[in-house]
Design a protein around this ligand. Structure first.
Ligand code: ADP
Length: 577
């Protein structure tokens, strides 16, 4: 575990070094105090030596002051070390998740990733802080106090030899059982976060279907299970305090009993007994502290395992082997492409697909829901990698491009494209960071966004709510298209991205695309044949295969699936009229 996190420690080594030094110093100083007290009672008070008492008292005050200062410094260094550790770990996890492909993201739910980046990192951060403070302080004090206790009186120290092992063993056995319980607790927290994310994100859908009660019940169940699992894991801790208290009391009684007899026969002084009882209490308290550290370690270990999974998740898409070619023209070719989301299943989502699209052509893709249209276009910007065959852009395998060059040349407007909170301008800058006003106006005009933007008082400076919540579906789609056009891509892929536009606006947009962006290769997935009828070519998909490839007229003649879709839509239109 340490080797994995060594880089975080190395980066801020001074906090990790000076923190423990001050903590250990304060612990050593603290264990000297009872011994001085014993001397003060045995030599000063017993003999009425005032000057000895004053000297020892001043010494005790100086030691107490230095202990306090080093303890505060130790805490400051430990807090700095742990918070920096946590911040750097969170940063690296986030960076790792940013590298994930769509397939990687399919494995880990959003809720689980959030729990790991927040709660699990916090557990580890708390552990680092504990490690630097308690984990060093407790053994130092324990060993120091034991040395002092043995020096004070050997026969009394025998009490410790019995009590400490018994106490330690019972605490270790108790806590060891809790490790798996913590893993269960964190996994349940994943579920809770997933559920919260899904419910809040889709609050509007929930309300429109009047499913609030169902969602509430679902949440209560998950929340209740988390409560039960937390109690199950944490109840171990409830036993630690009573066990330690019993141990301290039993040990104190045994000590007083042994010491009382020795004092009565004049073999021991009272100060020795007082100091010994203080050491006894210090030692057993530190055993309790160490058990808490051990318990935190169990929790941190469960969290560390979950964080490790994020780093160990194999990135199934990398561009490490890529050259520096760029998309120059925009031709696309699929050569016998097959693909499955679940590699262990037999059914292919794309089945031996081959076609070619020349640069500058506009091609429509039609097919029933689930026929594989979105999956097909996902292969071009490498959102997923093909299992068999190859996808070529400008005659070069997409795997030979760096992600940056490939995705610079290909703009995709996905079905569920998102806008971000911020102004319209900030959102458009996603397409091109340094776009000037002219470019913004041009992209807005062609995407048919200008007409609604001109009605906004603040124009490009209009603030969008979270996810563009204050825009209509059609307005959101048009801004997403504007954002894509700003990139001046060689290939533009629209995945059902004009579904919320009325027919007239949709037609205007396609006309603008034809006239103003004729050099861009366009792939348009559409539900309605009317949206792609005038394309250079239409691909018809059915059950993961291409079953038609031609113009509207050709397909009407030769492709039964296309004809059926056309007729169904025509009947639907007639029924609506
Ligand atoms: P279309 O765009 O034609 O509606 P898709 O390409 O979205 O079809 O889906 C094709 C098939 O792949 C469907 O059976 C769908 O359930 C499945 N599928 C789509 N996305 C995923 C995913 N991320 N993980 C697993 N299966 C998926």
């Amino acid at each position: 575990m340490i080797s994995r996190y060594w880089s975080y420690i190395k980066k801020h080594w001074y906090f990790f070094l000076f923190g423990p030094i001050f903590v250990i110093l304060s612990a050593i100083l603290e264990v000297t105090l009872p011994k001085i007290t014993a001397n003060l009672i045995n030599n000063g008070i017993a003999n009425g030596d005032i000057s000895y008492i004053v000297k020892q008292s001043i010494l005790m005050m100086v030691i107490a002051l230095v202990t306090m200062v080093s303890s505060v410094l130790g805490a400051i260094f430990a807090i700095n070390a742990s918070t920096r550790f946590g911040a750097n770990l969170r940063r690296d996890i986030f960076a790792r998740v940013q590298k994930y492909s769509f397939a990687n993201l399919d494995h880990l739910t959003t809720g689980s990733l959030i729990t790991r980046i927040t709660n699990d990192v916090t557990q580890m951060q708390a552990f680092v802080q504990n490690m630097l403070r308690m984990m060093l302080r407790a053994p130092t004090m324990m060993i120091g106090a034991m040395i002092m206790a043995f020096q004070l009186n050997l026969s009394l120290a025998m009490v410790l030899c019995v009590v400490i092992p018994v106490l330690m063993l019972s605490l270790i056995l108790l806590i060891r059982g809790s490790l798996s319980r913590y893993s269960g607790m964190q996994a349940q927290l994943d579920l809770l976060n997933t559920q919260i994310g899904e419910s809040i994100e889709n609050e509007r859908v929930i309300k429109s279907f009047a499913r609030e009660d169902f969602e509430r019940e679902k949440f209560y169940t998950v929340n209740d299970t988390l409560y039960k699992k937390s109690i199950h894991a944490l109840k171990v801790m409830l036993w630690i305090a009573p066990i330690c208290t019993i141990a301290i009391n039993v040990a104190t009684i045994a000590t007083v009993w042994i010491a009382g007899r020795q004092i009565m026969i004049g073999n021991m002084e009272l100060g020795t007994l007082t100091a010994f009882i203080t050491y006894l209490s210090q030692i057993l308290t530190q055993v309790r502290v160490m058990s808490i550290v051990f318990e935190r370690w169990s929790r941190a270990k469960a969290s560390a395992n979950r964080i490790r999974e994020i780093f160990d998740e194999e990135l199934d898409l990398t561009d490490e082997e890529s050259g520096d070619c760029k998309v120059e023209k925009g031709s696309i070719e699929f050569q016998n492409v097959s693909f499955r989301y679940f590699k262990n299943r037999r059914e292919k989502v794309l089945n031996n697909i081959s076609f070619r699209i020349e640069a500058g052509q506009t091609v429509g893709i039609i097919g029933s829901t689930g026929s594989g249209k979105t999956t097909l276009i996902s292969m071009i910007p490498r959102l997923y990698d093909v299992d068999e065959g190859a996808v070529l852009v400008d005659g070069v395998d997409v795997k030979a491009y760096s992600f940056e060059n490939l995705r610079k040349g290909i703009a995709v407007v996905l079905q569920k494209n998102m806008l971000f909170s911020g102004t319209v301008r900030e959102n458009l800058y996603w397409g091109k960071e340094d776009a000037n006003e002219e470019e913004l106006d041009e992209a807005s005009l062609h995407s048919q966004s200008s007409e609604f933007l001109s009605t906004f008082k603040d124009g490009y400076e209009t603030e969008l709510g979270h996810g563009g919540i204050n825009l209509s579906g059609g307005q959101k789609q048009r801004l997403c298209i504007a954002r894509a056009l700003l990139r001046k891509p060689k290939i533009l892929i629209l995945d059902d991205s004009t579904s919320a536009l009325d027919t007239a606006t949709d037609a205007k947009f396609r006309k603008a695309l034809r006239e103003e962006a004729s050099d861009i290769t366009c792939l348009i997935i559409a539900q309605r044949i009317s949206s792609v009828m005038d394309a250079d070519r239409i691909l018809v998909m059915d059950n993961g295969r291409i079953v038609g490839n031609g113009t509207h007229a050709e397909l009407m003649r030769s492709c039964q699936v296309y004809r059926e879709i056309y007729l169904t839509q025509k009947e639907g239109d007639a029924a609506n009229d």
